[in-house]
Write a protein of this length. Structure first.
Length: 386
């Protein structure tokens, strides 16, 4: 059952050997040219634009305004076939407890083991912990149940338009901050890729769908709605066949393990990396692992500052609903279960998740994740510059 995917990835794998440096006869690498179109200041500006809507919590006017803004940006890039997924969200009667911490159970979400020092984690629900009155006012409206929407656009392939990769990030947040990292950083990354691939001179053999999920923070409800509504439509005129799903979530902060007192270093660590994860228990784990290593090789070739590492415990992100139907991976600042779940990001779901919290060293980690995904996807879809 898995053989067709293996053959496909092998056929579309990135070149193992780059042209020798100084070889003036070698043709320019179109993928390197596309990666060079990513820009740190543009990436930062997109995150800043998202932070203007506060935490973008689902079921609020600020969330709906952010969806409208994202749609307008995608259209301004020339990304074709802009559309929305619509669904209904009703919160569970008994919400799950928020966060965990301490030094007790050693098993992490998604598999794997906690190691070393752990710090407390959780979701801030106290508005008074946000000292900035402007942000408190932005985040004041409470969520209400009901209709939800999430926006996407599609780069149509020229030779195999009926096959596509899905590139996603979630646009909602919680915690009484600006959700600049979780998940402004992932949303901005997807939007920047949409901008580059939507350039008039870029052609791809296969299609790419760029989608910004809603309701991630409530249990992946937006991505689950997409899978429920569109999985059976694959291969029809309404939905290309899924070849892979790549999720982006929290891309900025890798300052290392907490110290013994629970604090973290103030600056990005020099050995920071982009964490690429697949889920070892998924039905398509072997194919997802191969996709993850394709991304790692793209990082080696095209990322400018930070390396990538591959792990097998993808969890709690919008690729999970896809993992049994298509090879699915996620990119993050740290491993979700064993590191973020152990308190490696003190801004996670906190009032400190503000644009101003992060330095250029932090933003550059997100840019390197964008370089990684752009390099990998460009190879997989056969991107060229006309």
């Amino acid at each position: 059952m898995r053989r067709p995917f293996v053959v496909l990835f092998a056929a579309l794998a990135l070149p193992a050997v780059a042209p020798a440096q100084g070889d003036s006869t070698a043709a320019p690498d179109p993928i390197a040219q596309l990666v060079a179109r990513l820009d740190l200041e543009r990436y930062k500006a997109t995150i800043k634009g998202l932070s203007n809507f506060g935490d973008r919590r689902q079921g609020t006017d600020r969330n709906r305004a952010a969806v409208d803004w994202i749609e307008a940006q995608l259209k301004s890039y020339g990304c074709s076939n802009v559309a929305r997924i619509k669904y209904d969200y009703q919160p569970p009667s008994s919400p799950s407890p928020g966060g965990r911490g301490g030094q007790g159970v050693r098993l992490a979400s998604g598999g794997g083991r906690y190691r070393g020092v752990r710090a407390q984690t959780g979701v801030n629900t106290d508005s008074l912990r946000q000292p900035d009155a402007r942000v408190r006012a932005l985040d004041a409206q409470a969520s209400t149940p009901g209709a939800r929407e999430e926006v996407y656009c599609t780069k149509i392939g020229t030779t195999h338009p009926g096959e596509m990769y899905i590139v996603g990030g979630h646009m909602d947040g919680i915690g009484w901050g600006e959700a600049a990292n979780d998940d402004g950083s992932g949303t901005a990354l997807v939007m920047e890729l949409a901008r580059v691939f939507s350039s008039a001179d870029v052609r791809t053999d296969r299609s790419i769908r760029f989608i910004l999920w809603n309701n991630e923070e409530t249990g992946l409800n937006g991505s689950r709605a997409y899978v429920e509504q569109r999985r059976a439509l694959q291969g029809t005129k309404d939905e290309p066949k899924w070849l892979g799903m790549i999720q982006h979530d929290m891309m900025l902060f890798d300052h290392g393990m907490p110290r013994a007192d629970g604090t973290l270093p103030p600056e990005q660590r020099p050995e920071a990396d982009v964490n690429i994860e697949f889920q070892a228990s998924a039905k398509l784990a072997a194919e997802a692992e191969q996709l993850a290593w394709t991304f790692e090789r793209a990082n080696e070739k095209y990322a400018t500052d930070y390396p990538a590492s591959v792990g097998s415990h993808m969890t709690n992100t919008d690729s999970a609903p896809f993992q049994d139907y298509v090879p699915a991976i996620s990119l993050r600042e740290n491993e979700r279960g064993t590191q973020i779940g152990a308190g490696w990001d003190p801004n996670w779901h906190q009032p400190t998740d503000l644009y101003a919290t992060y330095s250029d060293k932090d933003f550059r980690l997100g840019l390197n994740a964008a370089q990684t995904t752009l390099g990998a996807i460009a190879g997989l879809v056969g991107a060229t510059i006309q």
